[in-house]
Design a protein around this ligand. Structure first.
Ligand code: IPE
Ligand code: IPE
Ligand code: MG
Length: 264
């Protein structure tokens, strides 16, 4: 077993069996997760929706630590979309207060695991008390290198693209003729990060809900019926095993000219 997993994964456990099926040389570098299903999880238990969000924060903790220990370099988590403001006021308020608590409490885990926090989204629209925590934890973890955890807050894929265009237009150094996909990518919130290799969505919904629209052009998509509060390291491992069975062609033909090759 790789040293980082010692003491984290119990020998003989389900997770241990899954880890043995993984090829650590072919792990996804960037994993993006649409954490969905908190409300349904609560509803099934006759609990208020906010209890689903509270339970979901435990999954965040488990997935962040498991990803870092497994050797994932970038983990992007969709926590609050720009469209989520349409929800009832009390749910929105509770979501932000849970996020604030999360940042207050989880800083130690990020530091302990050498994880850098980077928030993506429109920071101006985020409540001031949450923004203060973001600034604090981003500064605290700025030099950490094992993994970057991108937390998408007040995030929308389309507005990220529009913000990028705005930034380029406002910069007198922008040369339209020199603009290409790489330089445009540098104008996005995710500048400097590789594109996601794997996009996971929980709760069975088959849509991307405005997440990382530009960056997921060639991401492999894995959807599980599991609701986010039930999601744990073992599901992450199942996603990685499935990912490793896929053939990523990026528009080309498969080298062997087999099942994946283009028909004449
Ligand atoms: C995901 O769970 C959390 C956020 C969007 C903040 P939901 O709250 O969307 O849960 P469902 O989809 O209603 O079950
Ligand atoms: C996507 O989930 C947003 C987050 C996970 C933060 P939603 O529950 O908001 O998405 P839709 O409404 O089902 O598309
Ligand atoms: Mg949802």
């Amino acid at each position: 077993m790789i040293p980082d997993l010692k003491g984290f994964i119990k020998p003989g456990s389900v997770e241990d069996a899954l880890v043995r099926r993984l090829d650590f040389k072919r792990l996804p570098v960037h994993v993006a997760v649409i954490m969905d299903g908190n409300g349904r999880w609560a509803k099934r238990r006759n609990l208020p929706r906010v209890e689903g969000h509270r339970a979901g924060s435990k999954s965040v903790r488990a997935v962040v630590e498991a990803s870092a220990r497994l050797g994932i370099k970038v983990l992007s988590l969709y926590a609050f979309s720009k469209e989520n403001w349409k929800r009832p006021r009390n749910e929105v308020a509770l979501l932000w207060s849970l996020l604030e608590d999360y940042l207050k409490k989880e800083d130690r885990i990020l530091v302990k695991n050498d994880i850098r926090l980077r928030v993506i989204g429109q920071k101006e629209g985020i409540p001031a008390s949450v923004r203060r925590q973001i600034d604090r934890v981003e500064a605290l973890t700025a030099d950490n290198t094992r993994m970057t955890c991108c937390l998408a807050l007040n995030y929308g894929g389309r507005s990220e693209i529009v913000d990028g265009v705005r930034r380029l237009l406002a910069d007198p150094k922008t040369d339209p003729a020199a603009l290409d996909e790489d330089s445009f990518g540098d104008a996005l919130y995710t500048a400097g990060l590789p594109d996601p290799d794997l996009l996971i969505r929980t709760s069975g919904e088959l849509r991307v809900s405005n997440f990382l629209l530009w960056q997921i052009a060639y991401a492999e998509i894995w959807v599980t019926p599991e609701l986010w509060p039930d999601f744990r390291a073992r599901h992450l491992l199942e996603a990685f095993i499935d990912y490793q069975k896929r053939e990523r062609r990026f528009g080309a033909v498969s080298p062997g000219g087999g099942a994946g090759s283009a028909k004449p």
